[in-house]
Ligand binder design. Structure first.
Ligand code: SAM
Length: 209
């Protein structure tokens, strides 16, 4: 249908984790819009590509210019419903003109890895946030799952929680989930605060047991 923009949740990263319907939708696209990493992973020969950077307004302008004449698909990481560009699109494009195809979230995969249900977890993203909100959430929840991101690395979060008087708790960090080089670090807040490795692209689960 003319004007409709499909938004595909591509899963946590590795191409084995995208759904068949997501993959089929991408194959049929004439234009793909998304972060460079997603374009590099999922674009097919002959598809026009528009890399999304920090200038989201420019991406909306481009989508609106093209969507009535071309089959356009927006790629987002993980699921469309968790801290995603998909939500921004609903604020700038009539939601009736959007179709979301969900994907496996990094949060979902993390809970599968640690074999715990995520229905009771509090989920927060640290992207562009201040840390004060996390302290209360961690103290009051049995399980907190954090999407870590610049400037808040798992180590900085652990360090801050300790400095705010949060008792030592069990923590699991899942880095680069779904990729062959994925790692899970099973530790505690105090131990994590001392580690110097690069844990970017991680989900952090804090257990208040
Ligand atoms: C902007 S959020 C997007 C979340 C995405 N919509 C989802 O459902 O996973 C990006 C954050 O998700 C987490 N993330 C995304 N992919 C990941 C992966 N493969 N392994 C670990 N964490 C990941 C990281 O915390 C990253 O900073």
């Amino acid at each position: 249908m003319a004007g409709i923009v499909k938004v595909v949740g591509t899963g946590p990263g590795d191409e084995n984790y995208i759904t068949p319907i997501g993959l089929e939708t991408i194959k049929l696209a004439e234009i793909l819009v998304g972060g460079q990493r997603l374009l590099d992973t999922f674009a097919n020969d002959g598809q026009e590509q528009f890399p999304v950077d920090k200038d989201l307004k420019k991406a909306i302008e481009y989508i609106n210019e093209k969507r009535y004449s071309k089959n356009i698909v927006v790629l987002v990481s993980g699921d469309t419903g968790i801290y995603s560009l998909a939500n921004y699109l609903t604020k700038h494009i009539d939601p009736d003109d959007l179709e979301f195809i969900p994907g496996i979230s990094s949060i979902q995969l993390m809970f599968a890895r640690i074999k715990k249900p995520w229905n009771e977890a509090q989920i927060l993203s640290m992207h562009g946030r201040t840390l004060d909100i996390v302290v209360e959430v961690v103290k009051q929840s049995k399980m907190t799952a954090l999407l870590t991101g610049s400037p808040w690395t798992p180590q900085k979060i652990a360090d801050y929680l300790i400095s705010e008087g949060v008792l030592d708790m069990k923590v699991i960090v899942g880095k680069d989930l779904s990729y062959p080089w994925e790692i899970l670090i099973d530790t505690t807040l105090q131990e994590l605060a001392k580690v110097e490795e690069d844990y970017s692209n991680s989900v952090m689960v804090i257990l208040n047991e």
